[in-house]
Design a protein around this ligand. Structure first.
Ligand code: FCB
Length: 458
């Protein structure tokens, strides 16, 4: 717990995790190595028209082969934690049933490599790469996928639970539901608003079942949580329809997850809206909400930006997201650090999670690799500095934040946007696979080494 006794002079708790985050599909490459099955992102990224410039993640940052030197570099940057994800189809190529020992071995060695370097593993079980074979059976719209996920989680806990203490069931289930099934921007590329509720519900159900499976199968008590993407959502004006649109947007995009996890319910307006759209009536079954609200040890929070929402001025049921003027990142996202502070405080006061980790935060800027190997990225450094500071302010206001993971360790495959948005604090040369520490990486290394005190010597 973070309180007066354990907080250091810099304002961060004495025991604080400073790390970076990645996801298997975005960095590993090696889509066919050692018996791996196909994932929905393999299929999607090879479908013409889905990814910018037709790029694929077949090589990505080649981390499948370069993991040892990548972990060495993390150590050199003084990082004491690393949030990574496992690829489900490496372990169960068809999603369930046939187990692939070689896939599990890879992650077992990776975990050993972290521990040998004094890096605490934070394992995310699902960061979006569902086995394609499960998609053929309906994917997250099918309740059985939740059961297969719980089996995977239990097996991982049995085999890695002796060494991995921190477990994150899902990364950003809201993005899977909305970008994967409503807008179609992400795999599996569906555009069907009526799928939003079933997919959301099965993701949450799978989280609850997995939390129980991890606790049942692990050789010792482990810390289990889930990572949500929360934005600072605001209406574009005080017009009533904009205010309602912002409320509905926040309800479907983020509040429904918090309400289900902590209050065992979905916001009423979301249920009504989705039932009107024809969501199947048998999705919500007795006992599900209690399973979803199985107590967790921590909440993971990913924060990037503010979202300004206005009611559609046309016929669309979906609201519009207004892009503000001013300084934007390559993703078109506004730099809005006070949103992180406010959300941390708000979530702490409303839902009282025992602990919070900022499991992702970072920014994409157009980096240039100079001939001497330097990458000067003052915008990213500034972005991180502002968000570290916002976190410190939230801690001072009582939010129990105990770790911060920068997205990302190195530049990688940014989903539908391909390789153009560079989020790393380490530059990836995608031609040679050489890594170059950016100025922001050096800054992070100093912040980590001083547990935040570096923020005060500007
Ligand atoms: C988050 C994802 C992560 C990365 C960042 C930029 O939504 O979890 O994989 O793409 O955005």
């Amino acid at each position: 717990m973070s309180d007066q006794r354990t907080t250091s002079a810099s304002g961060f708790p004495e025991k604080f995790f400073w790390g970076t985050a990645t996801a298997a599909f975005q960095i590993e490459g090696a889509p066919h190595a050692d018996g791996k099955g196909e994932s929905i992102w393999d299929r999607f990224s090879h479908t013409p028209g889905r990814i910018a410039r037709g790029e694929t993640a077949d090589v990505a940052a080649d981390h499948y082969h370069l993991w040892q030197s990548d972990l060495d570099l993390m150590r050199r940057l003084n990082l004491n934690a690393y949030r990574f994800s496992i690829s489900w189809p490496r372990i169960f190529p068809e999603g369930y049933g046939r187990f692939n020992e070689a896939g599990l071995d890879y992650y077992s060695r990776l975990v050993d490599g972290m521990l040998a370097r004094g890096i605490e593993p934070f394992l995310t079980i699902y960061h979006w790469d569902l086995p394609q074979a499960l998609q053929e059976k309906g994917g997250w719209a099918n309740r059985d996928t939740a059961l297969a996920f719980a089996d995977l989680a239990g097996m991982l806990a049995r085999r890695l639970g002796d060494r991995v203490s921190y477990w994150i069931t899902h990364n950003e289930p809201g993005v899977t539901a909305v970008l994967g099934h409503v807008t179609g921007e992400h795999a599996p590329g569906m555009q069907n608003l009526a799928l939003a509720l079933p997919v959301t519900h099965h993701l949450l159900l799978s989280h609850g079942l997995a939390t129980q499976a991890i606790r049942a199968e692990a050789p010792r008590p482990l810390d289990v949580g889930v990572t949500l993407n929360l934005a600072a959502v605001e209406p574009a004006s005080d017009r009533e329809d904009d205010v309602m649109a912002a409320r509905r947007f926040a309800g479907g995009w983020q509040d429904n997850f918090l309400e289900a996890l902590y209050h065992q319910r979905y916001p009423e307006e979301i249920l009504t809206a989705l039932q009107m759209l024809g969501a199947p009536a048998d999705v919500l079954r007795e006992g599900d909400m209690a399973t979803i609200a199985t107590p967790i040890d921590f909440l993971g929070l990913n924060y990037y930006t503010r979202m300004i929402v206005r009611a559609s001025r046309g016929a669309s049921l979906l609201p519009e997201i207004v892009t503000p003027g001013g300084h934007l990142t390559v993703m078109g996202w506004e730099v809005y650090p006070q949103g992180l502070r406010d959300l941390l405080i708000q979530v702490h006061q409303t839902y009282k999670p025992a602990r919070i980790y900022v499991t992702e935060n970072g920014a994409a800027y157009p980096d240039a690799l100079l001939s001497d190997g330097a990458v000067h990225d003052p915008d990213r450094t500034r972005y991180l500095q502002l968000h570290f500071d916002a976190t410190r302010q939230a801690i001072a206001a009582g939010a129990p934040v105990e770790g911060f993971f920068v997205w990302s360790f190195m530049d990688n495959f940014e989903w539908a946007k391909g390789y153009e948005p560079r989020f790393g604090v380490v530059y990836t040369d995608f031609t040679t696979q050489e890594r170059h520490v950016k100025d922001s990486g050096r800054f992070l290394a100093e912040v980590a080494a001083t547990n935040g005190a570096r923020l005060d010597n500007e």
